[in-house]
Design a protein around this ligand. Sequence first.
Ligand code: GLU
Length: 552
Amino acid sequence: MDYNKLAEILFSGIDKTPEYYEEKFPPRELKEGARVTRFSPSPTGFLHFGNLFTCLVSYKTAKDTDGVFYVRVEDTDQKRKVEGAIEVMLKGLSVYGIVPDEGVIAEGEEIGSYGPYYQTARKDIYQAYAKSLVKQGLAYPCFMTAEELDEIRASQENESIKGIWGKYAKHRDLSLEEIEKRIENGEQWTLRLKSPGTLEGKCRFDDLIRGKIEMPENVQDVVLLKSDGIPTYHFAHAIDDHLMRTTHVMRGDEWIASIPIHLQLFRVLGFKPPKYAHVAPIMKEENGGKRKLSKRKDPEAKVTYYAEQGFPKESVTEYIMTLANSNFEDWRRMNPDESIDKFPINIKKMSVSGALFDMVKLTDVSKNVICKMPAEKVFELSYEWAKEYNEDLAALYEKDTARATAILNIDRENKKPRKDIAKWSDIPDYISYMYDETFTPCYELTGNATPALAVKVLEKYKDVVNLDDDKDTWFSRIKDMCEEVGCTPNVKEYKQNPDAFDGHVGDVSTVIRVALTGRTNTPDLYSITALLGKDTVISRLDAALKYYKEEK
Ligand code: GLU
C-alpha cells in the first residue's frame, strides 16, 4: 500500500506537517519544575462545584511553581454548545480568583502563543497529524456505516472486548483502489487508529492521585477524526495537550478508563505524555450512604449558588482547600493570618474516593473567615451582594451607610469576634432588630425573668437609660438597678442563695435585651442600645412594658 498516496487522497488540502507545528509551538521556556495546567471545558455554560474544585487545584499548582494555567475550549461537539457559555464559566472562575494566564480569556478573546484555544479552530492542526499517521500506516479510513457499527455492537454481546478490533476492523486493510472507489462514490469515512495493542498487553501508569494503575492495553481501532473531519476527544486531547505543552492534566476520574487509549495515542504520535491526576467526584452524604454531588438534585452543585447565597470567595476557596488537602487545616492553625496563596498544595494528597461536601463545615469555615474581616469589608462585600440579590437590605444600608457599618462592627475587630454570619444572606435576619422596618418584637423571656420582673426592670430602666453613657457607666446603672427590683448584681451571690432573690444581673439584662431586640441572644447590648438611638429605645421599652403589664 502506498501510504503517501493514501494520505494525499484523504488530506489533499493539508500542506503543513507535524514538524511545522512542533517548531511553531516549541517547549515553553519556564523555570525548572514549572507546571503547565489547564481547564478545558465543553461550552455548556454550567460550572459544577467539582469544576471549580479541580480548577482551583490546577490553578494553584501552576501558580505555586511559576507555571502557566490556561483555558482551552473543547467545542467540537456543537450540539452541546450554549450561547454565552464561556462568559458564564470564566466569570464563575474569576469570582474565585482564577484568571487564566493564557488561552480563552473572554468569549472569543484569546491570548498566548500556543493557540488557537478553541478546538474548532484547530481543524488543520489535527488533520496535519492525522495525515502524518496515515503516511506512516498508523491510521486508516473506515467506511462502516452507523448500521454496520450497530450490527457489530450487537454481535459482540458475548465478547469481552467490544468495538472495532481484530476481525471487526473490517476496513483496516482495504486496498488503495478500493478506498479511492468508495471516496469517489461519495461514501463517508472516519479516520481510525490502527491500534498497535495486543490482547495480552498491559498499560501501566502512575496517577498522581491514585498511584500505580495497570489496565489492559487498548486494542481498539478508535476513531480519531469523525466524518466531518472533527477530532474525537481522545485525539484532540493528545494533540492539544502536547502542543500546548501541558505538564499536568487534572481532570475528572471518568477519564481513567480512556487512559489506555490516550497513552497509546501519545506513543503512536511520538509525544511524551503529561502527568495525570484523575480527580474523584465531590461526594455528598445521603441516607447514611454517599453519592456524587448532583447537578440535578443539589443546588450547591452549581458554582453560582455560592455567590447567590453570599458566601464570600475567601470562604469558598478556604473550604475547597480543606477538601483538597487534609493537612490544610493544620496549616491554617499554624498560619491563621497567612494568605491562602502561601499554602503549598499537594496533588498527591487529594482524595481517591472523593472529597465529601459538607454544608455544615462550609458554614463553619465561612464564619471563621467572616469574623476576621473588618466591618468595612463586611459592609462593602455584603452591600455588593445585596445590590444584586437583596434589594431590601441594600435599601436599609443606604439609609445610613455609616450606621450600617457600625452595626456590623458590633463585637468585631477584637480578639474573640462573634461568629454570627456565615454568608451575606444571614445578615438581614442578623440585623433585623436594628431597623424599625424589620424589627419583630418577641417578648418571650428566659432564665429567672418573668413578666412581673420585666415590668419592674423596664419601668426603672426607662428612667435611668442615658445614651450618652460610656459602656462602664451604662453597665453600672444596670447593676445599680438590681437591688431595687429584687435581684442581685452578683451572679455568684445568686447561685449561693437563689431563694433570696428574684434573679440576678443577667436576668435584668435579658429583660432589657428582649425588649429592645426581641431576642435573648445578641451581640453587645450596650452597642446595640447606642446605635438604636434614644427614640427607638424608649418606644421599644414602652411597647414591652405595655405587653408585660397585660401579661402579669
Ligand atoms: N472537555 C472535557 C470535559 O468537559 C475535558 C476533559 C479534560 O479536562 O481533559 O469533560
